[in-house]
Design a protein around this ligand. Structure first.
Ligand SMILES: *Cc1c(COP(=O)(O)O)cnc(C)c1O
Length: 352
């Protein structure tokens, strides 16, 4: 840190992303990316015409992408804001709605506490229940901005729509942000509620279910007034936050509904294969509706497993946090990747 760094942010603990290593060819099951190729429509969208378009600034309204997202969800264009990854949409929510304080679970997406610190929002973490589920009662009438990932990050556990609606309905005086990064792997989006509740903001991403993590595209869906608030933050920060190539690629991907459905079905079916195989090895596995599982070995510690798998060329995620340190988080890869993982774990167990 230089002597010039902000004094108010002096204690800022930055977000630590999962490893993106290039030293060898890993089976990469650590950052919940999608193992399948992006939509062929997306590939076709990167034509000379689009590349030539890089000479110009991107469309600050991202009209093509915003329309494509709005039509997919059957909402109005004014209900959608495209962003540079959903991380940016979340950041805008903290900037716009964080000053009354924010509430989120103790085990969840690690960025929430970083954004709270960066944007000066006073944060309250509500402990998940012992079985890692969210206690809905913790989020009723809180008078602060609520952030809930559904399915929740790190656990993969899903809250059904009636629970989400109960939380939103009881918080009329503040915004409830539902981060639906993993909703496409078996849950039901709360998008149908945005016209009923003017305090509900949904955040989604193209990174997981649409195989476009590197394109950095996410979006918010909400009542028009909330979208205006988020736009106000965006246009005070970076009016061109979604670049023109990513915009075209993402708009093409969201129109390719059949391919999207094929890919998510494959992930959902491989998730069952992964859970069954891990349970066969006496792992405890949380019932996930995401493209990852949080799993605990009966014999091998979380940190040990992470390191031993890494040495064998398989990356999973380990969190040095008290409540989940015995676990590893494993992204649902292809069936072949899962089989390689399971074989490797068997070998590790017999070597111990
Ligand atoms: C991956 C993830 C995101 C961020 O995704 P982007 O790549 O920035 O779109 C947001 N929230 C949760 C819960 C995630 O797991």
């Amino acid at each position: 840190m230089s002597k010039y760094f902000s004094q108010t942010l002096g204690g800022l603990k930055q977000y630590v992303p999962g490893e993106q290593l290039n030293d060898k060819n890993y089976i990469k099951l650590n950052t919940n990316e999608n193992p399948y190729f992006p939509s062929k429509y997306s590939v076709a969208a990167v034509c000379d015409d689009v590349l030539n378009g890089l000479r110009l600034y991107s469309d600050p309204e991202n009209s093509a992408l915003t329309s494509a997202i709005a039509s997919y969800y059957g909402v109005d264009k004014n209900n959608v804001l495209a962003t540079n990854g959903s991380d940016e949409a979340l950041a805008f929510c903290f900037a716009a709605f964080g000053d009354r304080g924010v509430v989120f679970p103790d085990v969840t997406y690690g960025f929430y506490k970083v954004f709270a610190a960066l944007f000066g929002a006073e944060q309250t973490q509500k402990p998940l229940k012992k079985n890692f589920t969210i206690d809905v009662n913790d989020y009723l009438n809180v008078g602060k901005t609520v952030f809930i990932a559904n399915p929740n990050a790190q656990t993969g556990l899903y809250l059904d729509l009636s629970a989400i609606e109960k939380i939103v309905a009881s918080n009329k005086g503040n915004v409830v942000v539902i981060d639906e990064a993993y909703i496409d792997f078996g849950g039901t989006s709360a998008v149908g509620l945005i016209n009923k509740y003017d305090n509900l903001a949904l955040v989604q991403t193209f990174s997981k279910s649409r195989s476009l993590a590197g394109a950095r595209v996410g979006f918010a869906v909400a009542n028009e007034k909330l979208i205006e608030d988020l736009k106000r933050i965006k246009f005070s920060f970076n009016p061109y936050s979604v670049n023109s190539v990513s915009e075209r690629v993402a708009a093409a991907a969201i129109s390719d509904v059949n391919y999207f459905d094929d890919c998510r079905k494959k992930v959902i079916s491989s998730r069952s294969r992964l859970i069954n195989a891990l349970e066969g090895l006496r792992f405890t596995v949380l019932p996930s509706l995401a493209n990852f599982v949080l799993a605990k070995s009966a014999t091998l510690g979380g940190e040990y497993l992470y390191n031993a798998l890494k040495a064998k060329g398989i990356l999973v995620r380990y969190f040095d946090e008290p409540r989940i340190k015995d676990y590893v988080r494993i992204t649902v890869g292809t069936d072949e990747q899962i089989d390689a993982l399971i074989d490797t774990i068997k070998n590790l167990e017999s070597a111990k």
